[in-house]
Design a binder for this molecule. Structure first.
Ligand code: B1M
Length: 216
């Protein structure tokens, strides 16, 4: 199978919610030495995005969305494990990260976590549905340099703004750099709420966090 055929089949497996095939393709791709992030970006992520579009248009319903999300989770576990295995040993800085309160979408955030670990960052992953207070408490306890938040719903993006406000209120704004991400989040939103950086994807996230720490 060529790489392009692999990407097409990966996309198809996610669209069909076929976990078994998706997981098998992820393993096959990694064995064939295709980069895990490339497999995600060119195969699996376009698949889940297509499902999201069909769901948004009312052409597909929640049970199908859940099946595709489950297939995606299976793939992420395999690819993330392979990324983390290749991880660099140097310690670049500490990042506390999570999906904001009210939001259960964690597939993208988990990819960001693995790529950060693979690049030598110490990461405290708070999971999903994380209240603002907890981001701050955990950052204090962990001695974090950066707080990263992911939001996938237009209704939960506002929690990223609340974090900026609370950091200011507590006099901690300068202490931690902040980075925001998630499908509806934009550079413009980041600027508007006063976040230090925005990342479009996991690779961009690692790049921006490295920049934040260099400029610290
Ligand atoms: Co939901 N969902 N969902 N969903 N879901 C969206 C977000 C939606 C756009 C679909 C649609 O209607 N077209 C829509 C939101 C509409 C809106 O807000 N305007 C939606 C909805 C409506 C809902 C529910 C309300 C549905 C319902 O119950 N009726 C419900 C909400 C639950 C809740 O959170 N309270 C819901 C539920 C779910 C599932 C549980 C079934 C499942 C999530 C499973 C899980 O995550 N464990 C799910 C899924 C899978 C999606 C879509 C289809 C795919 C999301 C995804 O995983 N993308 C999504 C459609 C879409 O986004 N196009 C959709 C792949 C992932 C790799 O990308 O998360 O964007 P992403 O992450 C990227 C970048 O954004 C970036 O890097 C990642 C890697 O490249 N990034 C960061 C992300 N975070 C970052 C942080 C950083 C840096 C970069 O630094 C800190």
């Amino acid at each position: 199978m060529t790489e392009n055929e692999m990407f097409e089949k990966a996309q198809e497996a996610i669209e069909k919610g076929d976990t078994e095939t998706a997981v098998q393709l992820a393993k096959q791709g990694l064995e064939a030495d295709i980069d895990g992030i490339e497999l995600l970006n060119k195969g699996f992520i376009p698949g889940i995005n297509k499902v999201g579009d069909l769901f948004g248009d009312g052409q597909l319903f929640l049970p199908e969305l859940i099946l595709s999300a489950n297939a995606m989770q299976g793939v992420i576990e395999i690819i993330n494990a392979s990324l983390e295995k290749k991880g660099k040993k140097q310690k670049r800085g500490k990042v506390v990260i999570g999906t904001v309160e009210g939001d259960l979408h964690d597939i993208g955030k988990t990819i960001v976590v693995s790529l950060l670990k693979a690049n030598g960052f110490e990461v405290k992953d708070l999971g999903r549905d994380v209240p603002v207070d907890r981001f701050i408490e955990e950052a204090e306890a962990f001695g974090a340099n950066v707080i990263g938040t992911s939001a996938l719903l237009t209704t939960t993006m506002t929690v990223q703004k609340e974090l900026e406000e609370q950091l200011k209120e507590k006099g901690l704004k300068g202490k931690y750099k902040t980075i925001v991400g998630g499908a509806p989040v934009t550079e413009r939103w980041a600027k508007r709420i006063g976040a230090d950086a925005y990342a479009a994807d996991a690779t961009d996230g690692v790049r921006k966090i490295k920049e934040l720490l260099v400029n610290n």
